[in-house]
Design a protein around this ligand. Sequence first.
Ligand code: GLY
Ligand code: MN
Ligand code: MN
Length: 435
Amino acid sequence: MNPAEFKRRRRQLMRMMGSGSIAILPTAPLAVRNRDVHHPFRPDSDFYYLSGFPEPEAVLVLIPGRPQGEYVLFCQERDPKKEMWDGAIIGQEGAVAEYGADDSFPITDLDDILPRMLEQCERVFYAMGCNVDLDRRMSEWVNRIRAQSRAGITGPIEFIALDHYLHDMRLYKSRAEVATMRRAAKISAAGHKRLMRECRPGMYEYQLEALFVHHCQHHGARHLAYPSIVGGGNNACVLHYIENKAPLNDGDLVLVDAGCELDCYASDITRTFPVNGRFSEAQRALYQVVLDAQLAAIDAVRPGNHWDDPHQAAVKVITKGLLKLGLIKGTLAKALKTGSYDRFYMHRTGHWLGLDVHDVGDYKVDGHWRELEPGMVLTIEPGLYIPLGSKGVAKKWQGIGIRIEDDVVVTKDGCDVLSCDVPKTIDEIEALMGR
Ligand code: GLY
Ligand code: MN
Ligand code: MN
């Protein structure tokens, strides 16, 4: 992403903050996996959104109108010995030259420098409760400032939830963000196609998972946005199944929910296909219901409609389908009223998508579902799940889990499906699998 994009975001936030304000935002802590081994580092999404800064141990500070510079970045100091082991550190010079900071200090000086900045400001924009260590230090600094009140220092009088402002900004994707998300979705889409082509009965779920990882990394996406779900047969009915260790059986479907992350932006795609390349009659019937529901939901993604409209569209098609197949009973009106579909479709039809796979942004405003507006990106992912042993359900439907998930951006007059490269009709899937 272009440095100008990050600068524009900082400017926009500072305009909302006004003078006399300070925003303080740490990146994510490094997480220990075991003893000397750490989990791969991933910056905090809010921090990254404003800075593009990729290293751990950093705190971003914005002080609109500060004469010595509005954007201050605390980060690790360069250290030749450490760099010999762990690689280059950006350091204070790099923070200014490459990441657009007006001023940069070593992170080890935070306790000395930040309280002095804090005491000059009336309003503090800070996300309380996200970083225990910084929360504790913040309250120490504020108490120390309060103790100086007889010396004429007042310090902050108002604390404002920074995340609330940032999350609303993050909900509206810029052209550059949509372009990055489209690239991420394209890589993932090609990965899903490869899995359809290479899947064979007798392979293990983790082998499909490995193919997907290989594909994404091979195409420049070094990380996935979330752990892949690869569930054959009945395993597809466990919504967050990530064990991925069972063999894939001839005659079963396999559900693959997997997406890469590119420049910290997520893609999130699900496809369900027959392990042997041919849908059975029962699989075909259920699959078509989910696909029709997904297409109806995508059709409801347009400006003016609200957040819940695609879900209601999906629910209606799924309820009709379940009635027709005899999986639920009664009239359509009554079934919709009682929500009897939710035995087989127990999640919602999507979520916001962005730097986080379940991205930030309110779904309701003043108690009403949020209106969809151009630049918002969401997933559309209805499904049907009928586990083995489902009481009162004919055997032929049991052990089938299906979800179809695409990434969709709201446009001026409708929407654009970022993940449209992966086939999803029965004919297209069977043709691609070639068996
Ligand atoms: N992969 C997580 C989800 O689909 O929401
Ligand atoms: Mn999703
Ligand atoms: Mn998903």
